[in-house]
Design a protein around this ligand. Structure first.
Ligand code: C5J
Length: 222
């Protein structure tokens, strides 16, 4: 059984057959110019910078036979699953459902809602469309993981303090042991990323564990 001895706050043990990689929202809407992230006034290059590490992690998960889940934050074309409180929040240059350079913002099936080319899902991987920040809210993720006997979740993706952290907290409350790969997650606000990592592993791992990608890769080859 691989053990990440250097994980924080304590060693993290897991087995490939009961582990899933959950890649949160690596979609064009957040990573590329012209999407929702940019419409909110953010520098998307901070998120784009982790793509090579997420790709390495994804390759590793595939090579080791982990179940792989990708999520997309997305809404139905009629926005029936987008509460007005979400759509009207803040003062973005374009709101959810508005037409943008990559089609309608955060709407399922639009070009901007696609997972970026470098991380495109392959056959056998699960793609979850989620209307909320958390991956379990209003989705079938819980059932899909239960069917496969998954007990351990390794998280990556964006943004650390919003959809990644929310999903990890939802998973923690459902009894999963959760590990966040530090260099495979990013925020538009680096200080928020660091604060989230600290929160997750505080108080003995109140939400879960964190480790670097190289620590994970070493643990599985030793
Ligand atoms: C946000 C996300 N930040 N995927 N979504 O709105 O974190």
């Amino acid at each position: 059984m691989p053990i990440l001895a250097c994980a924080l706050p304590s060693p993290f043990a897991f087995e490939a057959r009961t582990t899933a990689l959950v890649v949160i929202d690596m979609q064009r809407d957040f990573i590329e110019p012209g999407g929702f992230g940019a419409a909110l006034g953010n520098d998307v290059s901070l998120l784009n910078a982790i793509v090579p590490d997420v790709a390495r992690l994804l390759r590793h998960a595939r090579e080791h036979g982990w179940f792989v889940v990708h999520t997309r934050e997305s809404h139905a074309a009629d926005l029936s699953d987008c509460p007005p409180a979400k759509r009207l929040r803040g003062r973005p240059s374009a709101r959810i459902g508005d037409e943008g350079p990559m089609g309608r913002i955060l709407v399922r099936g639009e070009p901007g809602n696609a997972i970026i080319d470098a991380l495109v899902p392959v056959g056998g991987e699960l793609v979850i469309d989620k209307p909320g920040k958390g991956a379990f809210y209003a989705t079938r993720l819980g059932e899909a993981l239960a069917q496969r006997g998954i007990t351990h979740l390794v998280f990556a993706g964006v943004t650390t303090e919003v959809c990644v952290q929310t999903s990890m907290r939802e998973a923690n409350d459902r009894g999963y042991d959760c590990l966040l790969i530090e260099d495979a997650t990013a925020s538009y606000f680096p200080a928020f990323k660091e604060a989230t990592l600290a929160m997750i592993r505080s108080q003995g791992g109140i939400v879960g564990w964190t480790a670097s990608l190289s620590q994970l890769l070493e643990s599985e080859t030793s």
